[in-house]
Design a protein around this ligand. Structure first.
Ligand SMILES: NC(=O)c1ccc[n+]([C@@H]2O[C@H](COP(=O)([O-])OP(=O)(O)OC[C@H]3O[C@@H](n4cnc5c(N)ncnc54)[C@H](OP(=O)(O)O)[C@@H]3O)[C@@H](O)[C@H]2O)c1
Length: 348
C-alpha cells in the first residue's frame, strides 16, 4: 500500500467517477482500491464497465479492478469518494456512513442535512468540525462538495467577500455538457442551440452560498443573508462553466481596490502542503476576451478559477466573468482537496 490511504470511488464509471480515477492516479496520499457502479457494471472489469471519456486510458491498477456493487459491506476502504447519481446517493451515502465510512460526496443528496458540512476548503474549512459530531453520532461521516457552478461562483467572490463584504448579486451561467454526466444531453437538443434550463441548478446556485459563507455555531451552520438571482444555461462546450456575475458589495470600493483584492488573494491553505491546493485559487486576467473555457479551464490543473472582464456595473457595483472547470474544481478535484484537508486536520 506504500503508506497511502486506501480509498474507494462510488459511481466510478460515470463522468465524475472517471475524473476521480484520473486525478487519484499517482496521488501521494490516497490509493484507489475499489470502484463501484450500478448492477449494470458490477462484476465487470473497470476497463470494460466504464466507457472512458477522458484522454488516454484509465490507469492500469484501476482498469483491472472488478467493479463492485455500491454496498458498504463489500467495500473495505474507510474513505470513500462519491460520484453517485443523486437518486442513489440519498440512501447509499447514509448506508456507508452507518457502516463507519467517511463519505466525501459530489451528490446534492445530503448538502442540506444540518450536521453535514458543505465545504470549499479555501472558504469554510472550519465547517469540517461537524465531522467530529457525525463521527460521535453515527460512527462515520458525510462531507459534501457544493454544486459545480456554486464552487466557481463562491471562489470568484471570496476575495471580495473578505475585503468588502457581499450584499447581493446576479449570475448567469453558460454550462458545459460534461456537467450533465455521460451520455448526458442528446446532441439534437444542444447542437446549434442553447438550453435555458438545467433542472434544479438555479436553486442550488442561489442557496448553497448561504451555507458555505455561513457561520458554524455549535452544532449547525447559521446561514448568511445573501440574495442571489441565478439563470443557468446549457451550452455546447465540453468542459468549463462560464459565469457572468454582477455584484453589490457591502462596503464601497474603487475598481482599483477590487482589482487588488483579486490580485492579493492567496490560498489560505498554503501552509498545509495539500497536494491538490493551487497557490492562487482565483486568478485575475486582464487579457482580451478572457476567460474562455477552451483556453483557461485547465489553469492550475483545473483547480483555479479565472476571473476576467472586471468592470464597474451600471446597475450593481462591479461585474466580471468567471470560469471554473466543472469536473475538476467543480467536482472530483474539489472533493479530493476536501479529503486532503480532512487528513491535514487529523479527521482521516
Ligand atoms: N458532471 C459534473 O460536472 C458534476 C459536477 C458536480 C457534481 N456532480 C454530481 O456528481 C454525481 C455524478 O455525476 P456524473 O455527471 O458523473 O453522472 P453520470 O455520468 O451519470 O454517472 C453516474 C454514476 O452513478 C452510478 N449509478 C447510477 N445508478 C446507480 C445505481 N442504481 N446504483 C449504483 N450506482 C449507480 C453510475 O454507474 P453505472 O455506470 O454502472 O450506471 C455512474 O457510475 C451526481 O450526483 C452529479 O449531480 C456532477
Amino acid at each position: 500500500m506504500n503508506g497511502r490511504i486506501p480509498v474507494a470511488v462510488l459511481g466510478a464509471t460515470g463522468a465524475v467517477g472517471q475524473r476521480f480515477v484520473q486525478l487519484l492516479a499517482g496521488h501521494p496520499w490516497f490509493q484507489v482500491v475499489a470502484a463501484t457502479g450500478s448492477e449494470r457494471s458490477a462484476g465487470k472489469r473497470y476497463r470494460e464497465a466504464a466507457r472512458w471519456i477522458l484522454p488516454g486510458s484509465p490507469p492500469d491498477d484501476v482498469a483491472s479492478l472488478e467493479v463492485l456493487p455500491t454496498r458498504p459491506e463489500v467495500v473495505e476502504a474507510r474513505v470513500v469518494f462519491s460520484a453517485l447519481d443523486a437518486a442513489v446517493a440519498d440512501e447509499a451515502e447514509l448506508a456507508f456512513r452507518e457502516a463507519g465510512k467517511i463519505v466525501v460526496s459530489n451528490a446534492k443528496s445530503h448538502r442540506w442535512d444540518p450536521d453535514v458540512p458543505l465545504v470549499i476548503p479555501e472558504i469554510n474549512p472550519e465547517h469540517l468540525e461537524l465531522v467530529r459530531l457525525q463521527l460521535r453520532r453515527y460512527g462515520g461521516a458525510i462531507v459534501t462538495n457544493p454544486n459545480c457552478t456554486t464552487i466557481g461562483l463562491c471562489l470568484a467572490l471570496e476575495p471580495l467577500r473578505r475585503r468588502f463584504g457581499l450584499k447581493r448579486l446576479l449570475v448567469t451561467s453558460l454550462q458545459a455538457l460534461s456537467g450533465a454526466g455521460y451520455p448526458g444531453v442528446p446532441s439534437l437538443d444542444v447542437l446549434d442551440n442553447v438550453l435555458p434550463e438545467i433542472s434544479g441548478e438555479e436553486e442550488k446556485v442561489e442557496n448553497e452560498p448561504k451555507k458555505i459563507f455561513g457561520q458554524l455555531r455549535g452544532e449547525t451552520i447559521e446561514l448568511v443573508d445573501l440574495p442571489i438571482s441565478a439563470q443557468c444555461n446549457r451550452v455546447a462546450s465540453r468542459d468549463g462553466h462560464l459565469l457572468s456575475v454582477s455584484v453589490e458589495l457591502s462596503n464601497e470600493a474603487t475598481l482599483q481596490a477590487v482589482r487588488e483584492a483579486f490580485r492579493q488573494f492567496k490560498s489560505p491553505l498554503a501552509e498545509l502542503g495539500l497536494p491538490s491546493a493551487p497557490i492562487e485559487p482565483v486568478v485575475l486576467t486582464e487579457e482580451f476576451a478572457r476567460p474562455q473555457p477552451l483556453l483557461d479551464r485547465d489553469l492550475a490543473g483545473g483547480m483555479a478559477v479565472t476571473v476576467g472582464r472586471l468592470k464597474p456595473c451600471a446597475v450593481l457595483h462591479f461585474r466580471f466573468v468567471a470560469l471554473v472547470h466543472n469536473t475538476i474544481r467543480g467536482a472530483a478535484g474539489g472533493t479530493i482537496l476536501i479529503a486532503e484537508l480532512l487528513r491535514a486536520r487529523g479527521l482521516i
